[in-house]
Design a protein around this ligand. Structure first.
Ligand code: SAM
Length: 265
């Protein structure tokens, strides 16, 4: 491959991924906008709308976690998904109890999220908290404690994706929802050609010019290429113990991205 991430041992992969995100933390938004032509914002809006956070929860036996939803946003970095979920709960469902924990392995991404939270109404309220954690192992989060687990453009970077899915299953309450927004496989061969050219050609170049960091963006493109197909990823979610609702996934923009869901029985 161009960059050779596969050839480095798993033990070093984590620090390599860490370096990628430390290096992109500040230019993160600009780059997302450039790379996706701004469309990632629409995908994120749609993702959150489809989850309808803060809507009435079914009564759960023995649940003492209080009113509102207890949400865990994994790889939540900059807060993109968390702030949207809190806005949705507040403005659409008139719910001021729903709270989100943003967990991320990378302190620089968390710092960026904290900085951005200063401009939101959730800063220093009980509704938003930050936690440095590896999605594959989160001993500080109790079993059966989370109503909604979200991961947006994160799981692709995890060393052991199946371990993260099993950990998601553990922390969710019965009836709780796993929801993932991630790059996926384009379903139209002709469009796929155009898309491949764009991603392998333009994205590393944009990274070089805008962020002076070609290698990190080359890594991002290759990690998208290596990520399992919609059907393969659905099977992994099922393997972790989740019930798959309906088809299990929704393609966005011809499959450039997809939303996968699973429900803990
Ligand atoms: N969710 C945000 C969004 O949609 O814009 C940020 C996504 S960013 C592309 C990927 C994030 O995954 C980075 O902040 C990175 O630090 C985090 N990450 C990578 N490996 C992780 C792991 N094992 N556990 C938790 N977070 C991880």
């Amino acid at each position: 491959t161009h960059f050779g991430f596969e050839t480095i041992p798993e033990s070093q992969k984590e620090s390599k991924v860490g370096a990628v995100f430390s290096s992109v933390a500040r230019s993160y938004d600009t780059m997302n906008d450039l790379m996706s032509l701004g469309i990632h914002r629409l995908w994120k809006d749609h993702f959150v709308r489809s989850l309808n956070p803060g809507s009435p929860l079914p009564a759960r036996d023995g649940d003492k976690s209080g009113k509102g939803w207890n949400i865990l946003d994994i790889a939540g970095g900059t807060g993109d998904i968390a702030f949207r979920m809190l806005d949705h709960a507040t403005n659409i469902n008139n719910d001021r109890e729903t709270r989100v924990t943003i967990a991320d392995i990378n302190p620089d991404m968390l710092a960026e999220g904290k900085k951005r939270s200063l401009d939101t109404p959730y800063y220093n309220t009980g509704r938003l908290s930050f936690m440095q954690a590896n999605a594959e192992h989160m001993p500080s989060i109790p079993d059966n404690s989370v109503d909604l687990y979200t991961v947006a453009f994160g799981i692709r970077n995890f060393t052991n994706k199946q371990a993260a899915l099993v950990e998601a299953f553990r922390v969710l309450k019965p009836g709780g929802v796993f929801a993932c927004l991630e790059f996926s496989k384009v379903n139209n061969p002709l469009f796929n050609e155009v898309y491949k050219r764009w991603s392998f050609g333009a994205i590393p170049l944009i990274g070089q010019i805008v962020a002076a960091d070609r290698a990190s963006y080359q890594y991002l493109v290759e990690s998208i290429e290596r990520f399992p197909s919609q059907e393969e990823f659905r099977a992994m979610i099922q393997e972790a113990g989740f019930i798959i609702p309906g088809k299990g996934y929704e393609n966005l923009s011809c499959g450039i991205a997809a939303i996968h869901k699973g429900v803990k029985p």
